[in-house]
Write a protein that binds this ligand. Structure first.
Ligand SMILES: Nc1ncnc2c1ncn2[C@@H]1O[C@H](COP(=O)(O)OP(=O)(O)OP(=O)(O)O)[C@@H](O)[C@H]1O
Length: 541
């Protein structure tokens, strides 16, 4: 048997290369493999192995063997590599006879329990402690060396080496330095794995919560078929896949946030977060920290480092609601991050970079704000690359019945109640109202009405709408005080049904059918339609 140079084991240059390669790895498995594969390349190495102290339940091999009875820590073989004489032998296997050692048992266990290294050079192969003398002889093992892997006074495990050379003191010292370095890498890799796991868990949780919130608030679903809303939706489809900044304008409660979410959800950034800043809710003095974060001690109350909204939205979308409320001094800093993607946390000198798509919204006339000198013109143009305007509800009254029905169903479901009936009269009332608070006001009014209805017909209480006085057309409302002849009543009933059928596009059954609007059983309505000779084909006239 021909051996390589006896004293060339643990070549320091080779070891330092392995250290560099190890530093480039992140996860624990990769770090362990890099260490053992690296040492296996040193001259004379037969086999090198790492055992780490952990409980059986954390060990994959023990779990797969259903051998997780011992809940205390023992040593588990986690990495192995070598250069066998027999090319068929697999020295990378982890599940062999020496997979697990109880603490303190045999040489490996004792190195860990004492924290003392061990070097046994000049072995003959017949020493009493050797478990497999035939293997020692076959491989020509002359040295067994083991270094504890110690990180911050904690013995993590052991790095062991079976070598064909006579490992001298100096080489053994190199192995100790290497083991210290390996222990730090292992501890860091474990921390990295834990952080990755937590991050994945947080991302999953975040996704779950976002879906829950979306479902609970009925977000993401646009209701309404008016030309105006369809135009908005077409703009959303167009701009969403790009990275262009969007400025959404419209009165309060028109659905600006809904549009912002729709843009994000239809964009390539949809798997990253949409972070919202309500600029009207941030005190002037805290804007900078809110946007860019701060470092510990930057100001009174800055007890720890904190990332700002820009960092949180990295690779996602930042929704700046009420952008018109951002103070002038802050606008310059905002412009810089929009132009260069760079900023510093408050109290920090390090410049950070982010990749954020901006969607801003305002109910102010931002152009007028620019003219009045309250909003920077350059920032205005940066933000309004693609403007989207949502008209107020009073300019798209045809959306009101559908929206009302949508909110009735949604509220009833949320409150675990039967969906109350809504009559034509109530619908007329809603359609005629001016809705200064727009869709949100409609939603609130309907929600309140659903609570009061207790599962019966829906009644709403609205302040008289000024629109009536201005002669905005409303749906006919039958008056109880009016006396009518049989013929008039029949005509009114006919008109009423025709009106309801027009609103539902001829649909009788279902939650969005005319029967619900009229508060009738669908079968009764169907027979009335027949009796009154109403033809669906004539509804448009
Ligand atoms: N077309 C629509 N279909 C369904 N729901 C809508 C629609 N438009 C708005 N809403 C709902 O109305 C409520 C108000 O909408 P949103 O918060 O998006 O308005 P906003 O314009 O951002 O309001 P503000 O200016 O006060 O921030 C939300 O619950 C939203 O889901």
């Amino acid at each position: 048997m021909k051996y390589r140079s006896l004293y060339a084991s643990m070549d320091p240059r080779k070891l330092s290369q392995v250290m560099v390669s190890t530093a480039q790895q992140r996860g624990l498995d990769a770090v362990l493999r890099t260490i053992t594969d690296g040492i296996a390349q040193c001259p004379n190495t037969v086999l090198t192995r790492i055992w780490l102290a952990e409980s059986d339940s954390l060990c994959e091999v023990c779990r797969s063997r259903n051998d997780t009875s011992d809940i205390t820590r023992s040593l588990h073989l986690v990495a192995s590599a070598g250069v066998p004489h027999d090319p068929q032998a697999d020295y990378g296997r982890l599940d062999g006879a020496f997979h697990r050692f109880p603490m303190g048992e045999r040489k490996i266990g004792r190195v860990v329990s004492t924290g003392e290294p061990l070097r046994l050079a000049g072995l003959r192969g017949d020493e009493e402690w050797i478990a497999n003398p035939a293997w020692f002889a076959h491989e020509g093992v002359r040295t067994f060396a083991a270094q504890p892997l110690i990180f911050r006074d904690d013995v993590l495990g052991v790095l062991a080496l079976f070598d064909r050379g006579l490992l001298d003191e100096e080489a053994f010292e190199w192995l100790r330095i290497f083991a210290d370095y390996a222990a730090v890498s292992i501890a860091n890799a474990r921390a990295f794995d834990e952080i990755s796991l937590l991050r994945t868990r947080l991302e999953e949780e975040n996704l779950y919560l976002r879906e829950e919130v979306t479902a609970a608030l009925g977000m993401g679903e646009f209701v309404g078929e008016s030309q105006a809303l369809q135009h908005v939706l077409r703009q959303v489809q167009l701009v969403a896949p790009t990275d262009a900044a969007v400025l959404i304008t419209g009165e309060s409660g028109t659905g600006k946030e809904l549009v912002a979410r729709a843009i994000h959800d239809r964009s390539p950034r949809k798997d990253r977060p949409l972070i919202k800043v309500n600029c009207s809710a941030v005190p002037d003095a805290l804007f900078e920290s809110e946007f860019f974060g701060h470092v510990k001690g930057a100001f009174t109350g800055a007890l720890a480092d904190r990332p700002g909204r820009f960092e949180m939205a990295d690779r996602g979308t930042l929704f700046l609601d009420e952008i018109g409320e951002v103070p002038l001094a802050m606008q310059a800093k905002l412009l810089r991050v929009l132009q260069e993607g760079e900023f510093e946390r408050v109290g920090d000198t390090r410049t950070r970079t982010v990749d954020v798509r901006i969607v801003a919204a305002t109910n102010r006339d931002l152009k007028r704000e620019v003219e009045a000198g309250r909003f920077r013109e350059d920032l205005y143009y940066r933000l309004s690359v693609f403007p989207v305007h949502i008209p107020p509800l009073r300019e798209r009254r045809e959306d009101i019945p559908k929206l009302a029905l949508h909110f009735i169903t949604q509220s009833a479901r949320r409150m675990n109640r039967r969906v109350p009936r809504i009559t034509q009269a109530v619908l007329s009332q809603l359609a005629a109202h001016d809705w200064p608070g727009n869709v949100r006001e409609l939603q609130n009014v309907v929600e309140r009405a659903v609570i009061l209805s207790q599962g019966r017909s829906l009644h709403v209480h609205l302040q008289p709408s000024p629109s009536r006085e201005r002669g905005v057309p409303s749906l006919p409302t039958p008056s109880m005080a009016q006396l009518a002849t049989r013929e008039e009543l029949k005509r009114q009933e006919r008109e009423n049904i025709v009106q309801a059928l027009r609103l539902t596009k001829g649909k009788i059954f279902g939650l969005d059918g005319a029967a619900v609007l009229l508060g009738m059983k669908p079968t009764t309505l169907a027979s009335r339609i027949k009796a009154l000779g109403i033809k669906k084909s004539k509804l448009d006239s």
